[in-house]
Design a protein around this ligand. Sequence first.
Ligand code: HGY
Ligand code: MN
Ligand code: MN
Length: 411
Amino acid sequence: MLSIHKDRLIERIGALGAVGVDGDGRRTRLAASEEDKAGRDLIAAWMGEAGMRVVVDRIGNLFGVWETEQNRGAAPVMVGSHIDTVINAGQYDGCCGVIAGIELVEALRAAGVRPRRPILVAAFTNEEGVRYQPDMMGSLVYAGGLPAAEALAAVGTDGTILGEELRRIGYAGTAEPGFVRPCAYVELHIEQGPILDAEGIAIGAVENLQGIAWYRVTIEGRQNHAGTTPVSMRADAGLAAAKVNLFLRERCLRPGSRTVATVGTMGFSPNAVNVIPDRAVFTVDVRNPDEGELRAEEAALLAYLKDLERTDGVRAKAERISRSEPVLFDEGIVRLVERAAKARGLSCRRMTSGAGQDAQMIARICPSAMIFVPSVGGVSHNPAEYTRAEDLIHGANVLLDVVMELVGVDL
Ligand code: HGY
Ligand code: MN
Ligand code: MN
């Protein structure tokens, strides 16, 4: 069986992982940052070395295109993921899917295999959504779910404008997002959860993905003295914010609940040790695999904020900053993943993706599915994120096998 160049796969994941690591050893490559540029330059160089044409679209999505005289014009198979990261990130999230995509093209070319379809390897812009919202932005624009002009005008958490930043780093491309509609999309990704590692299973055949809703909540109370103000006279924005976090956890702990919720950022004003905060601004990330249950969670949050206005004498508002529905992946491709794993003697199980993924956006325009490999201890969005080399190699080889099936090859 054809296999990818395993040493180079691992080497390149390590090389990209070294990009954007600061003096304290924290790895951060936020979308359209200098660090993201350095990562993009590396990926573009590897795409070129693999004999691919490099294309950048208007939202900065980076593609390696491998097409031949024989297959030019046929709808391509697309693989890929993202290389932007969260803050103080691990080195595998997204990156292994892009690098494995490049490696599968290298392997097919080295073996003289002639695919009947072109292959595109994608590195989508701003999958994480940490600096600019919404998340999965580049793939959402590519799939026609968000106008490029609107995405390019996105104002970052640092006040920058995405379009200007893409120009500054040299990745404001000219290709129209969606310039080609793939016939299929397959994304290799680390699980980022604990299941495969805990069950000792090598491959996850991802059949669906949960819905995600992000809100920015602003609670306004009354600034006052921390020592002289009786508790009964307080309109404490900080306390109200804490109550929301607790409320969300209680919702998740209800029997049978499949909801997960996270308050990942929070800021107080005036943010002084001896002043009751008059304002708390925080984000809520709430997820559920069922659209109806997700909507119920959102409604419960908004109703609770209304209650807080009455009980705590504060004003509360919630602005929805991102929303993606649960997605079912393509059963045919999921079965290809299971067959490919079996043919390689690898254990495999079906899974739901707890994380948002570019695949959920590309699923809007073509049959899509994902391949998961284990995350040791289920740790991710954390520098301790770790996937064993042999698991990465297994995942890349299963991706190679699935793509060979999808493109049809002449040996
Ligand atoms: O937030 C997520 O689920 C993904 O890592 N963007
Ligand atoms: Mn990811
Ligand atoms: Mn991520």
